[in-house]
Ligand binder design. Structure first.
Ligand SMILES: [Fe+2]
Ligand SMILES: [Fe+2]
Length: 248
């Protein structure tokens, strides 16, 4: 089963329509079981941006479009609009996988958190599943990654959430937020970060991209990065080949 993680589309001033059009074409050709959009659909949480985002996302030909909010979507009372434009569930059973979405964005704040209630809910919910690949999708970072600056980008309760994920035997966490594709492999748990699929807001990696996740029963999910209009390769290769200091 194939899933696609699109992130940080940022409909607004630095949005790249041509790149988005190409990304939609590519994703439709992949025929994924689900497209997971890990937040920051809009630049400023404005009505006109939500209208455009909803209109454009209708072009994705996929039975399961999973959308979660980012900090940019919650600006200017965008948190009120987000629910109207993208009403969504928190649990998705798709093929051999169960996908939980965590709301980490808070109104008019850039930092994120999962919170005690959601952590408790995640642990309880995952305890009902033993034979499925467990995936968590959230906007903010669970653990810090290179080129992303301050610790404000990590959820405030990262320790609690990481413990819950490990205790619940989560296989894969998908994050967006800082537009820096990356991956951490913590043994049984992999954390994959997506870049921006369609915005000029680059950081550390200067191509628009998205992630493709292959889920196979009983095996670790495999995450590839796909450059929009370019090549596809294992996300781990990007991590292993990064030499910011030696090549400076
Ligand atoms: Fe973003
Ligand atoms: Fe963000």
């Amino acid at each position: 089963m194939q899933l696609v993680q699109l992130s940080d589309l940022h409909f607004g001033s630095l949005f790249k329509q041509d790149t988005f059009d190409l990304a939609v074409e590519e994703v439709n050709r992949l025929k994924p079981e689900a497209v997971i959009i890990t937040g920051d659909l809009t630049d400023d949480g404005l009505l006109v941006q939500f209208e455009r985002a909803r209109r454009e996302l209708k072009r994705l030909e996929c039975p399961n479009i999973i959308v979660l909010a980012g900090n940019h979507d919650y600006r200017h009372t965008g948190y009120l609009l987000f629910k109207k434009f993208f009403p969504s569930k928190q649990v998705y059973e798709i093929g051999d996988a169960v996908i939980l979405t965590l709301g980490t964005a808070r109104p008019d704040r850039d930092e994120g958190e999962v919170g005690y209630r959601q952590n408790l809910w995640m642990e309880k919910t995952f305890s009902k599943y033993s034979d499925r690949t467990k995936i968590v999708a959230m906007h903010h970072h669970l653990i810090g990654i290179p080129d992303t600056g301050t610790d404000k980008i990590i959820i405030l309760d990262a320790g609690d959430t990481l413990r819950t994920c490990l205790h619940s035997k989560v296989d894969l966490v998908l994050c967006g937020h800082k537009h820096r594709p990356w991956a951490w492999n913590l043994g049984p748990l992999e954390i994959a970060y997506a870049g921006t699929a369609s915005s000029e807001r680059f950081r550390g990696f200067f191509e628009n991209c998205y992630n493709i996740v292959n889920v196979k029963k009983g095996a670790k999910p495999q995450v590839d990065i796909k450059i929009v209009g370019g090549k596809r390769f294992a996300l781990s290769e990007l991590v292993e080949s990064y030499r910011p200091f030696l090549e400076a």
